[in-house]
Design a protein around this ligand. Structure first.
Ligand code: AMP
Length: 214
């Protein structure tokens, strides 16, 4: 781990556009993009032991235990040598405290914390029409950001998939978990938080975020 590395955190409810924006910022700054959801989905698809454990929580819209998540992040950051963006981590107070201690140990500092907000009605609408490329993981929305060809990735030309936790009952559970566990982090990071109103196209929102890097 290089000395003095900086990390950017994205907070906000599921469906607020964290993944989309975090990826854009990572590309813009040439930072690493670290999505705990992507890491877990990869483990599930590879049918590893960790994947089998994570699947039990993910399919119900619940959080994977903190100790498991902290180990994943610690390992990931150990080999990371440049600035990075976290998408989907931390999600609980315990994860935020654990992250602080990993940061202290490795001389990492928090560069910025963004919080994207959108209404609950909009979240359900967005997640129900969200599709993901199983290859490059690019996120599409059939209504607001559709692929050029019918449900195929513009880059990989493979059939897009709907995440199994993007079903209305699981979406509601994920929102409930967000309110119970993750919303507390808005207070934890209050001195650093930059609030971004998340309604609008992904380009419009990215323009708002970009202003904080000038
Ligand atoms: P995401 O792709 O960020 O929406 O995450 C999908 C699912 O993976 C979540 O609903 C959780 O079950 C699990 N997950 C992702 N990140 C975390 C985390 N930081 N802590 C616990 N569970 C997580």
């Amino acid at each position: 781990m290089a000395e003095g590395v900086k990390g950017i955190i994205f907070l906000g409810p599921p469906g607020a556009g964290k993944g989309t924006q975090a990826k854009k910022v990572a590309h813009f700054l040439n930072y690493s993009f670290i999505s705990t959801g992507d890491i877990l989905r990869e483990e599930v698809s590879k049918k590893t032991e960790l994947g089998a454990l994570a699947k039990k929580y993910m399919e119900k819209g619940e959080l994977v235990p903190d100790d498991v998540m902290l180990k994943i992040i610690e390992k990931k950051l150990k080999y990371n040598k440049k600035g990075f963006i976290l998408d989907g981590f931390p999600r609980t107070l315990q994860q935020a405290e654990g992250l602080d201690s990993i940061f202290r140990k490795n001389n990492i500092s928090i560069e910025k914390v963004f919080c994207l907000s959108v209404s609950e009605e909009e979240i359900i609408k967005r997640l129900s029409s969200r599709r993901v490329c199983p290859g490059c993981k690019r996120i599409y929305n059939l209504i607001t950001d559709p692929p050029e060809k019918n449900e195929k990735c513009d880059v990989c030309n493979v059939e897009l998939i709907k995440r199994s936790d993007d079903k209305e009952d699981v979406i509601r559970k994920r929102l409930e978990v967000y309110k119970k566990d993750t919303e507390l982090l808005l207070n934890y990071y209050r001195e650093k938080i930059i609030d971004i109103e998340g309604n609008g196209s992904s380009e419009e929102i990215f323009e708002k975020i970009k202003k904080f890097f000038k």
